[in-house]
Design a protein around this ligand. Sequence first.
Ligand code: GDP
Length: 302
Amino acid sequence: EKFKDGLSKTRNSFSEKVNDLVARYRKVDEDFFEELEEILIAADVGVSTVMELIDQLKTEVKRRNIQDTKDVQAVISEKLVDIYQCGSEQSSDLNIQSEGLTVILIVGVNGAGKTTTIGKLANRLKNEGKTVLLAAGDTFRAGAIDQLEVWGDRVGVDVIKQSEGSDPAAVMFDAVQAAKSRNVDVLLCDTAGRLQNKVNLMKELEKVKRVIERELPGAPHEVLLVLDATTGQNAMTQAKTFSEATNVSGIVLTKLDGTAKGGIVLAIRNELKIPVKFVGLGEKVDDLQQFDPEQYVYGLFS
Ligand code: GDP
């Protein structure tokens, strides 16, 4: 229900347009596909993903000899799920170690929703019975440490921090040590989100990762990239930059509740082959949902 509510802007806009299209055309033809293409592009599905989808739809419509537009809707859903899965059903589960410490690095530009996501994730993991610690690795942005502490208090987890301006790698060193000595299950690490200088960003992320790796072989177990869905194709550009800078293992797409362009989920998955693991559907602590492509696609039409 929450997922459906959160997706309502996209759903209303998308399903209304598709329903209207189906009602107007009745018979499947070139113009029908052309208009469908426009609807998908307007929903931020991304041009190359839309082209691929339309090609597949045409093939399928021909193969099944579908003539009536109302019979196309089910095929659209099917193909959207296929496109999302890219032939491999990657799981949206977090890679949590069955024994010992799991380290999760959270990256993304300022304002994308990193801090909020860390708070929500901490709460979620805690509810699953895990012990959680936070690392205040954004030592650059004024107020970032305080903001993380507010979430730490709210959720009831400790934050390992140093003063503003200190070396984020040193914070990570402390945090991994603390997590190990306290026998914590999951360490969630915040990072700085300035993207103005790609070289610096890469260097900082590399250094932070190196320290974590050195202190705990095999870590970080996840690098989650937080993207703001309302920024549309901009989110796509950020995803490309970050995946060049570091090995991103999953995406958290925030503010899906605030956009009618939820098609960005498909574009990211199809063009970058990185799974969307969670979606943010609001500002509150429990407004984070594990992503399920079928629920998402079928939610668009229900
Ligand atoms: P950071 O700079 O990346 O750490 O971003 P913040 O966590 O501070 O989030 C920036 C703003 O986005 C805040 O006002 C959050 O409340 C808001 N925000 C984060 N996630 C979501 C979401 O899923 N939905 C909505 N509507 N707002 C969100």
